[in-house]
Structures are given as C-alpha cells and as structure tokens.
Write a protein that binds this ligand. Sequence first.
Ligand code: PLP
Length: 376
Amino acid sequence: MAQQGSTMPVDFIKLAKPDLHDLQPYQAGKPRSELKRELGLTHIVKLASNENPLGPSPKALAALQQEISHSHWYPDGNAYALKHGLAEHLDIPADEIILGNGSDNILAMIAQCYLPPGGEVIMSQYAFATFAIITTACQGVPRSVPCIDWQMDLDGMLAAINDNTRLIFIANPNNPTGNYCSHDALYQFMQQVPEHIIVTIDEAYFEYVTEDDYPNTMTWQAEFPNLITTRTFSKVYGLAGLRIGYARAHPDIVNILNRIRLPFNVNRPAQAAALTALNDHEHLHRSVQTNTQGKEQLAAGLQALGLPHRPSVTNFLTVKMPKPGRDVFNALLKEGIIIRPLDPYGLHDYCRISIGLEQENAQCLNALKSVLSNLI
Ligand SMILES: Cc1ncc(COP(=O)(O)O)c(C=O)c1O
C-alpha cells in the first residue's frame, strides 16, 4: 500500500538489483535518423554498425514482402522451416539449433540458463561489449583477460579458470579488434577447458573470413559438447534490422535454452527472409567481394592519410587517430558521416569504420581528411 503523506519519490534506480546500478548500456552505432533530427542533414553515410552496405538479398526481400501480409498470424515459435533449412545448409541435426532475436538474444539466454549469481565468466580484453553486459545483468562476474599485442591470450584465459568459472565467451573474429584465433590455437584451448564450463564462440563475421587457418567451430560439436557456436543473419546476410541469429549446441543445452526462450522470439518475416537469404549464394558471394574490395580501398585511403589500422578479417577497420577518437567521431558527424569511437573499450585513440560501398568509403575518407586537418 502507498505510504500516505510521503514526499520522498521512490528511487527506481536503487530499487533495481544492485548489479545494475552502475551498468552502462551497450552503445550502439548512432542511428541515421537521430543525426538527421539533430543536424537537419539529408545525406548521411553510416559506417558504424558493420552492416552489409548492399542491403538484403533481393530474393530475401521478396520473401519478406510476401510474409508481411501474414503479420496478423503468430510465427512458428519452433521455426521448423528455418531450422531444417539451416540443418541442411550446415549439415547438422535440427535439434542442435536454436534461433534468437539476433545472436545477442542467444548469448543472453546462455547466461540466463547457465550463469548463477556470483558465477564467473571469462572473456578477453577488448571482447565484444555485450559479453560483459549480459554477465552483469545475470549477476555474474566478468573476468577480462588482457590481450597480448591485441591478440586474445588463450593461455591466460585458461589460467583464469577457477572453481567459480561457469562460462567463457569468445568472439572469433573479435569485434572491435578485427583479428581472429587460428584453428590450432582454439582447438588446443577447447581441449583444455573442463567439460562443465560452457564455451560460446561467437562467429558473427564467419562468412567474411577467408584465411585458411580460421576454424569452423560448428563442426566441433561431437568433440566438445560444452561448445556453443553462434552466428547471425545481421552481417553478411544484410538482415540486421530483422533481428535473427542462430546457434549450434548440444541438444540438451538447446533443450534448456528453449525453456526460457520467449515463445515467439523470432518474427515471421525474419524467419522467411533468413531462409531465403541462406540459399542466395550469389548475393553472399557479391557481399563478400564488395567487402574485400571496399576494405582494400579504405585501407589504401587511410594509409594515404597516414592513419594506421589494425589487420582485419572482418567488414570493419579499427583505425588509430591522431586525436581522441571521440573528437574525430563528433567532427565527422557534422559532415554527415557516422563511424564508431572506441572509448567504451578503453581505446581512446581509435575509431572503428565499417566497410561501405565504394562511394561511401570515398566520402568517409574525404571527410576524414578535412576533419583531421581542422582538428590538428
Ligand atoms: C562479435 C559480435 N557478436 C554479435 C553481434 C550481434 O549480432 P546480432 O545482430 O546477431 O545480435 C555483433 C554485432 O555487432 C558482433 O560484433
């Protein structure tokens, strides 16, 4: 019952679980619409969220349009058609697949199911920010292991395992560093992780990687039942706005995750578009090719401007700026260019630039040139 005469308003921040009091929300790429509202700009180039600049597969768009007319029907909560499409595409059993409202939904479900309060989660320094957020949200303890020269220290992560360790999160390749762990390094790591600790390998950028020693951990399930591999339709498939990702895991882990999965977490149009996108090999090929060419263009342009960048097997470049990355980001906004400052990762001199279309990369480079000459 409300207290009569009380003048003190309830502090709804303090009312929340203590672990959430200091938790900072994930800082997503600035939306185009927000910049339009703020500065009244009409032409905006956004290279901040590692999206596919070609957009979705035209075939997926057609499937989407058709499915939209059935929006008054609930989706198939079990996503039978898409799961079986994925099973065939990946040559894996359908009961080892779980779908998420974006792959980040699956990461959260893993923590909700397998991380008790106080349980520790091992991740690398500069790991994808969502890992720490979902750990804290579940009242777990993130254990961040320093990188060695930007590279994930897998031995250091093994050494960090203790009796409280419940989960390990690895993004391979990693965002925002753009680098990856090799097949042998990751395989040897998995051999040494105790079987009761669940290792999630987040392969959001899998399709972009062409290096021979890059592992496909979806094929490791039989050897490592404690391994979960997540992938997404948000990147190369160009369906970020529909929010759909998937994972392969042991059937018992899938069974547990399904117990807390909200019944209709993946909507009808997303399921239809994803299934069609999966089979549009031409669009996938074109997307990877566009990325390769765009990356060469952006790298050459950055070099001409004297801006070093990290080696990247993904669809973005992490660039060292001569001024604080946040200042460069803010100055570029005024030119209608959105990139991503990396200060939330402690990388104050760095920005991340997603690979765009040729014209977008050129516009970004031109704007960078003029902005940097004014900032210096
Ligand atoms: C490493 C990594 N994992 C997961 C995600 C999120 O993917 P989704 O859109 O499927 O939630 C991203 C998005 O940037 C990412 O970089």
